[in-house]
Design a protein around this ligand. Structure first.
Ligand SMILES: NC(=O)C1=CN([C@@H]2O[C@H](COP(=O)(O)OP(=O)(O)OC[C@H]3O[C@@H](n4cnc5c(N)ncnc54)[C@H](OP(=O)(O)O)[C@@H]3O)[C@@H](O)[C@H]2O)C=CC1
Ligand SMILES: N[C@@H](CC=O)C(=O)O
Ligand code: NA
Length: 363
């Protein structure tokens, strides 16, 4: 029997979460059936929920800011959602490891999940297995397209390649919107480019970075994405630190305690990145931050490489990602996906489209 109401619970209302909320509101107007009913929303400090599982989406951000309710603990959220009068989709718009670690509990209680959060799928291999075992057992769905390449169809494409029996041999490219933006503006193909530390601040202001930009600059964000893709391609990569990852954090700032202090002191070390840029320039090349997975040799790596100015990776613009899938069927000419790899709207688009996929399966 068709379900005429689906509950939506949201954890996280930052850059991506706010864009997701406005896309959800527009979606509910475009597609009145099944009725999407918001039943829980929280940040790390505040929450909105009611005994009747009903929250108005209009003005929800103002209502959340004015709320006197603290967030429930994650097991309490699971209890509350598992006893909702209809099926529930949980949207995790945080970058929280604690929320990610609770996915097996949510899924085992029949709560489907859509998320741009990389932490669950790039944490320990056991967490990865627990998530998909819990989903297979309960029938709840889990989608995370925006965990790689924001809304670009990277995960769905890789799954399609694998599910239709193609053999993926190599995946390579630019996997970070922040790193793409930084190198495209700091070391452009034409002109001299900006100051490294100033571009890092801009990337944060534009909403491209992780909540703490050091998680981008230390290479871990790209390592997380490659861990996810490698696992989907069939390699049981243990963790994002189990292969070589180059960090762009100056040694002297490695022990700085806060992201704010890090950003304040970064200009002191601009000369280090200038040297890296000049070394490439002297060879007529540009430097870019890339990653690759060689499936046959199981080699995964993340770091800086120099490219000829005519190379498609050198010519990227803005926060664009470019991801090339080499497969048996595609032969020498890879399947290539390119476009914005960060930003609230394009990331929320991936989350909203995942929500639609779950809806089509559970309603
Ligand atoms: N920005 C982008 O371009 C992209 C982002 N992503 C992913 O999307 C996710 C969100 O990113 P973004 O919106 O930029 O991040 P923000 O820092 O802007 O927002 C994070 C939100 O999550 C909330 N939050 C954090 N921890 C918890 C917690 N334990 N419980 C409840 N709420 C919590 C924060 O609340 P509070 O403010 O109270 O701390 C805030 O509302 C991340 O996982 C990121 O990796 C993926 C692709 C692209
Ligand atoms: N900080 C990330 C956001 C998307 O995953 C990036 O810059 O790519
Ligand atoms: Na994606």
């Amino acid at each position: 029997m068709a379900t005429n109401k689906i509950y939506v619970a949201i954890i996280g209302a930052g850059g991506v979460g706010k864009c997701f909320l406005s896309q959800l509101e527009a979606l509910s107007k475009r597609r009145p059936t099944p009725k999407l009913s918001l039943c829980y929303i929280s940040t790390s400090k505040k929450a909105l929920f009611n005994p009747d599982y009903s929250i108005a989406v209009e003005n929800v951000l103002q209502d959340l800011a004015a709320s006197s309710k603290a967030p429930m603990s994650l097991p309490q959220v699971a209890d509350y959602l598992a006893t909702a009068p209809s099926k529930v989709i949980l949207v995790d718009n945080t970058s929280s490891q604690d929320v990610a670690d609770t996915y097996p509990l949510f899924l085992s209680r029949g709560i489907s999940i859509v998320t741009p959060n990389k932490k669950a799928f790039s944490g320990s291999y056991k967490l990865w297995q627990d998530i998909f075992t819990a989903a297979a057992t309960s029938g709840a769905k889990v989608y995370h397209e925006s965990s790689v390449g924001a809304g670009l169809p990277v995960i769905s494409t890789l799954k399609d390649l694998v599910d239709t029996g193609d053999e993926v041999t190599k995946i390579e490219g630019v996997f970070s919107g922040t790193m793409s933006f930084l190198f495209n503006s700091f070391a452009p193909v034409e002109g001299s480019g900006g100051q490294w530390s100033a571009e890092v601040k801009k990337a944060k202001e534009l909403g491209y970075t992780e909540p703490d930009p050091r998680d981008d600059l230390n290479g871990l964000d790209v390592a997380r994405k490659l861990t996810i893709l490698a696992r989907l391609a069939g390699l049981p990569v243990e963790s994002p630190t189990s292969f070589p990852v180059q960090s762009l954090i100056p040694k002297e700032l490695e022990s700085v305690s806060s992201g704010d202090e890090f950003l304040q002191r970064l200009p002191e070390f601009d000369s280090q990145m200038e040297e890296t840029k000049a070394a490439a320039q002297n060879k007529g090349k540009v430097v870019r931050f890339v990653g690759s997975i060689d499936v046959a040799t199981k080699a995964v790596k993340v770091g800086l490489e120099e490219f000829d100015k005519s190379h498609p990776i050198a010519a990227l613009k803005g926060s664009d990602n470019i991801i090339s899938f080499y497969t048996k069927r595609y032969g020498a000419n890879p399947l290539i996906i390119q476009g914005a790899g960060a930003g609230g709207e394009v990331t929320a688009m991936g989350v909203t489209s995942d929500l639609l996929k779950v809806l089509s399966q559970i309603s």
